[in-house]
Design a protein around this ligand. Structure first.
Ligand SMILES: CC(C)(COP(=O)(O)OP(=O)(O)OC[C@H]1O[C@@H](n2cnc3c(N)ncnc32)[C@H](O)[C@@H]1OP(=O)(O)O)[C@@H](O)C(=O)NCCC(=O)NCCS
Length: 343
């Protein structure tokens, strides 16, 4: 039987560190380091410089993942790109990554399929599940799954937007999912969604029911009011549902494989709020030393959090061959997902 395993991981964060104190000092946001750390666990995040695009961050993470897998871009059969901060409204960012990987050039271009996934913080696990099925079905041998975000360009960096803007950061992570005959790899994946809460964490920008979809001024320039322009979140509702759905998705992953929670070696939870993950771990009786965390350094990088976390754990020796790894995410939509992996 063909199994799907993670043959390479990679990550990239832009070099510029923005501390909680910088948010107050440099941007004039009425906030404090203490408030942010106490409510979220975040101490700093990375912001990329103007001119850097989401596909640029993804390129660095993808190159690292390909190298770790011992592959070159032309070995890929498909690219799946999860992001809520795409380079453009359309086309999707996967095609820009495909081009930057050099797949459209040279003597033997390879015009592999390139697809975007729009499931926010759960997007990477939606992508991992899709890649797993593509590989197990025999349709693809190697699939690149990327999660990358440039939040710094599209959050309200004023006191008005502080409930959202203090949480998010930029970054990218990537896995190569490959076929193997060995008895290992991604054992199961589950995803879910509850569209009743779609507006509880959203960014509208336009209203497609209007003609045209944004208001125009006398010169024909588009005008977008702040409540449409920036992300909006009902933090308390998100918090409550995140705990409930993440616990459920984790149990689903274990039940599907006849595995008990105590048999899992590492828990890779989406990094939205340290308190959410502590709550999930406490509720499920998971020892803190089995729960990975990097929210302190990067904030919430939405679709990038899980591959970033896993790639860093692999690089630092925290994640080793033979370990049983659970990945769980929750985000806007609401959407959620889980995967259980024998590394
Ligand atoms: C965002 C979140 C940290 C806010 O924490 P909270 O305890 O719910 O705080 P509230 O939104 O009720 O705000 C409490 C007070 O702090 C203020 N506040 C909000 N953000 C602040 C900030 N960055 N700095 C200082 N004060 C802030 C609010 O204005 C409010 O003030 P008020 O009482 O005078 O009105 C929390 O709701 C959360 O983490 N939710 C989930 C977020 C998440 O996971 N999002 C991504 C999902 S993938």
């Amino acid at each position: 039987m063909t199994n799907a395993f993670i043959s390479g991981t990679g990550s990239y964060v832009p070099p510029r560190v923005v501390t909680n104190a910088d948010l107050a000092k440099d941007y004039g946001i009425d906030t404090t380091h203490e408030w942010i750390v106490q409510r979220t666990g975040i101490e700093e995040r990375r912001f990329s410089e103007p001119g850097v695009m989401t596909s640029d961050l993804a390129l660095e993470a993808s190159k690292q993942a390909l190298e770790a897998a011992g592959l070159v871009p032309t070995d890929l059969d498909m690219i799946l790109f999860a992001t809520l901060s795409p380079d453009m409204c359309f086309p999707g960012t996967a095609v820009f990554l495909q081009r930057k990987l050099g797949l459209c050039e040279g003597e033997t271009p390879k015009f592999v399929g390139a697809m975007d996934i729009r499931n926010q913080c759960s997007g990477f696990l939606y992508g991992l599940g899709t890649a797993t099925s593509m590989v197990k079905s025999g349709a693809c041998k190697h699939v690149l799954v990327v999660g990358a975000e440039t939040h710094s360009a599209a959050i309200d960096m004023t006191t008005r937007g502080r409930t959202v803007s203090t949480l998010f950061g930029d970054g990218a992570g990537a896995f190569v999912v490959s076929a193997t005959d060995e008895d290992r790899g991604i054992r199961s994946w589950h995803v879910g969604a509850d569209g009743r809460f779609a507006e509880k964490l959203c960014m509208r920008v336009w209203d497609i029911a209007k003609r045209p979809y944004v208001d125009l001024d006398e010169e024909g320039n588009g005008k977008v009011p702040p409540e449409m322009l920036w992300p909006h979140m009902d933090g308390k509702v998100v918090f409550r549902h995140a705990i409930e759905r993440m616990c459920g998705a984790l149990l689903q992953a274990c039940w599907a494989n006849g595995v008990e929670l105590k048999d899992v070696d590492l828990f890779c939870f989406h990094q939205a709020n340290k308190r959410i993950n502590e709550y999930v771990a406490n509720t499920m009786g998971i020892p803190p030393e089995k729960v990975l965390s990097n929210i302190e350094r990067y904030g919430n990088t939405t679709a990038a959090t899980i591959p970033l976390l896993v790639a860093e754990a692999e690089r630092t020796g925290r994640l080793e061959r033979g370990m049983k790894v659970a990945m769980v995410a929750f985000g806007s939509g609401f959407t959620w997902g889980s995967a259980l992996v024998d590394w």
